[in-house]
Design a protein around this ligand. Structure first.
Ligand code: FAD
Ligand code: SF4
Ligand code: SF4
Length: 713
């Protein structure tokens, strides 16, 4: 593409009060030979935008650099079509709003950002979307519980073909086995049958849904839009072309055999809530092992849940389930007494009304307590507890104990998806097995692109929660096939048409990219040659960061582009007064945090230059070397929080950096440079108030250390 550069500078929003705009114009025209360079007092106005549009139309400008507000705002206003390269230089939030106006250092900062933006635009190319052949828009739903059934039905209702695979003989999941469900509607006091029969009828009558019961997935290969699923039903295996997948394989009860401290297994009358549900829904009268109706029944809440030695999380339904089952007992055996021992009763929203109903029942006793012991005693069982409200010890002799055990996701079974992926056949193992990807921002996403989780496999939920999850995941699955059909990325870079391209002639088959891609997007031959699957890719650039040969790049994001941006920074000689720190900032958390700091007019050091990166894991080591040889005195790598409650939008990009940081520090030491010249920092988006101190502390540390000896070489 023959580039014709147009640079447009806004002097509104205090930018003109802060920066010498004419000096910026000169840089664009004299240093970068911009064909057009214009300034406007209100560039995002109709008049301002028309000015740019006119130059695109009449002057043939096809590479537009806008020096104005953050690219995170007005993106719908500054939009000039797929044929135009657009680069936004953040002169407002990152300069005018956080620096001293008309100061020499402020001007130098603005000028550097303009240079870096122009160079980026000049080096970028317009991405051509990857659109695979024979794309399918069908959705495979695995699991026919309430979540899977809802997903299948909702997707089918808007015209999508669905294949619903259920391993049991019948649809319905756990809900089908329930005697009744706790109330979901006003007045929130009466038990109701579940809606499974109606849902089942609707699904069976819907022509868009192919139901395969007594069936399991034998193998899934391919990528979004082009998955091939082999499904085994009885002895017969069949293959289906699939666009995206909803995993709704549900939950299983926490293994009660592990609850020896609650005496499970020591007495047949110590049962779980699941066993209680089975007994009541069987239609047989509720009896103990000696065939008599229990007159005293104890429910033990959080049996193994919210317990660091078992399930540290709350299963969210057990409190409501025990209240429901207390009613089963009281209705079947009116002269019975029910004791509910709880740590906290969690009955959110309108469920409080149901709690009141049970609480007001004269045969039900609720005690906030800690269980001390549960011991079989002759024909009965003694429950010993400390009432945590009154501080008294209580002892109750009961006929039956029901342990309110929690849920664990079926993904812990590890044989559901059978993915033909080099990175593993199931979803990556997470601490508790719930297969999330970024639990805060993208609830249904898993770590395998185009595979979405819904219902209790994703998080402990009740029937209503699982239903809305089913709907949410169906919408995500449809969105996935739609985006793939346009060659666009799924979350978090929705709509991005760039994808990593490999210059294979120089590949050494080192397998680094295959191993480090968090999404299993890159398969590989036995020898190690990468086999990329562009539709599995989330466009994070982690592969680009890890490739020692630097042969992975995107049309608009590459080592070369980043390196040129670094080289565009003007590094002054006078270190004492003007050190230079380069901060690579993650576009998902750190960059918006800087915007927030700007919006709050937080002043920070003018010696920091930032480069926004897709993921902090996309920084190739060579960029660090380039920065140091340019004379940059210190390098900050600001990524997202990682760990168990990670918030990295690309799962482990910021974590990977930790390992790379260590290697880099060793390299620095070999070059006789202080390892502290590189510093990795984790920052959450809401920690914008820490930026100013973080920057000034690092500037001080580097100033004390002295200048980079490579400066000026
Ligand atoms: C004792 C008890 C009582 C409850 N009572 C209530 C209540 O009254 N009200 C309420 O709102 N909630 C209640 N709940 C919660 C409720 O059970 C869940 O919300 C619901 O089961 C979630 O549905 P799901 O579709 O996510 O999972 P599931 O019900 O577990 O369904 C998953 C389906 O996937 C299938 N499957 C599993 N693996 C595969 C595979 N590899 N291939 C194909 N298919 C597979 C399973 O056979 C199953 O049919 C109760 C929970 C418990 C423990
Ligand atoms: S850009 Fe990210 S998701 Fe795509 S192949 Fe590279 S590492 Fe994997
Ligand atoms: S990291 Fe680079 S050199 Fe190594 S296998 Fe991947 S593409 Fe080839």
């Amino acid at each position: 593409m023959d580039k014709k550069l147009g640079v447009y500078l806004c002097s509104g929003c205090s930018i003109g009060d802060s920066l010498d705009i004419e000096a910026l114009e000169k840089i664009a025209i004299n240093e970068y030979k911009a064909s057009v360079c214009k300034k406007h007092a209100f560039l995002c106005s109709n008049e301002g935008v028309e000015l740019i549009q006119k130059d695109i139309k009449d002057e043939g400008v096809n590479t537009v650099v806008i020096g104005a507000c953050s690219p995170r705002v007005n993106y719908d206003i500054f939009r000039f079509g797929d044929d135009t390269i657009l680069e936004r230089v953040n002169l407002r939030e990152h300069v005018a709003w956080c620096q001293t106006p008309k100061d020499e250092d402020t001007q130098m900062l603005g000028e550097d950002y303009l240079r870096m933006g122009i160079v980026k635009a000049q080096k970028s190319e317009i991405p051509e979307p990857f659109i695979g052949e024979e794309l399918s828009s069908s959705i495979l739903v695995i699991g026919g519980g309430i979540a899977g059934m809802t997903s299948a039905l909702d997707a089918a209702k808007i015209g999508t073909n669905v294949i619903l695979v259920e391993k049991e003989k019948e649809l319905g999941g756990w809900a089908k086995k329930m005697h009744a469900q706790y109330p979901k509607k006003e007045p929130f006091t009466e038990l109701k049958p579940t809606e499974i029969p109606e849902l089942e009828k609707e699904i069976t009558e819907n022509e868009k849904i192919k139901i395969l019961t007594s069936a399991v997935v034998e193998k899934i290969s391919g990528q979004p839009g082009q998955f091939e699923a082999t499904i085994k039903q009885g002895e017969k295996s069949s293959s289906y072309k699939i666009g995206s997948i909803v995993l709704a394989s549900g939950w299983k009860p926490y293994d009660p055999k592990k609850l020896t401290h609650l005496s499970y297994g020591k007495n047949p009358n110590i049962i779980t809530n699941v066993q209680m549900e089975e007994r009541v829904s069987s239609g047989e009268p509720l009896v103990t092992s000696n065939g008599k109706a229990p007159k005293k029944i104890a429910f033990i809440q959080c049996a193994g849940s919210r317990d660091k030695d078992h399930l540290p999380y709350c299963s969210s339904v057990c409190c409501m389930v025990s209240l429901k089952q207390a009613l089963y007992c009281r209705e079947q055996i009116p002269d019975s007494k029910v004791f509910i021992f709880y740590k906290d009763l969690r009955t959110p929203g309108q469920y409080e009304d149901f709690y009141r109903r049970v609480q007001n029942d004269e045969g039900t006793f609720l005690t906030k307590s800690e269980i001390k012991a549960i011991e079989p005693n002759g024909n009965g069982i003694i429950v010993e507890a400390t009432d945590t409200l009154l501080g008294e010890d209580i002892k109750v002799n009961v006929d039956m104990v029901v342990l309110a055990t929690g849920m664990v996701p079926t993904t812990l079974d590890n044989n559901i998806l059978n993915l033909d992926y080099r990175k593993g056949s199931e979803l990556p193992d997470l601490k508790y097995g719930f297969p999330d990807s970024h639990f805060i921002c993208f609830p249904y996403e898993t770590q395998r692109t185009g595979i979405f989780a819904a219902g209790c496999v994703r998080a402990p939920l009740d029937l209503d929660g699982a239903r809305s999850d089913g709907t949410g995941a169906a919408l995500k699955a449809i969105q996935a096939t739609e985006l793939v059909s346009r060659g666009q990325a799924l979350l978090p870079r929705v709509g991005d048409t760039s994808y990593p391209e490999f210059f294979m002639q120089r590949c050494t088959d080192c397998k680094r990219c295959t191993e480090e891609c968090p999404f299993g997007a890159i398969d590989g031959t036995e020898k190690g040659t990468p086999l990329p699957n562009p539709n599995r890719c989330r466009r994070c650039g982690i592969c680009m960061g890890c490739c020692p040969e630097r042969i992975i790049s995107f049309k608009n994001y590459s080592v070369e582009i980043l390196s040129s941006m670094i080289k565009a920074i003007e590094v002054p000689d006078e270190f004492e007064e003007k050190p230079r720190i380069l901060a690579f900032v993650c576009e998902n958390d750190a960059y918006p945090a800087m915007d927030l700091a700007g919006i709050r007019r937080t002043k920070y050091s003018p010696f920091i230059r930032t480069i926004s990166v897709r993921c902090i894991g996309s920084i190739n080591n060579v960029l660090i070397a380039d920065s140091l040889s340019k004379g940059i005195d210190g390098i900050l790598l600001i990524g997202c929080k990682h760990g168990d409650d990670y918030q990295c939008h690309f799962i482990k990009g910021s974590e990977l950096l930790g390992t790379r940081e260590e290697n880099l520090k060793e390299t620095l030491q070999r070059l006789m440079l202080e390892p502290e010249r590189i510093k990795a920092v984790q920052l959450q988006i809401n920690e914008y108030d820490q930026l100013a101190t973080m920057f000034s502390d690092y500037v001080e540390e580097i100033t004390d250390m002295g200048y980079n000896p490579f400066k000026g070489m």
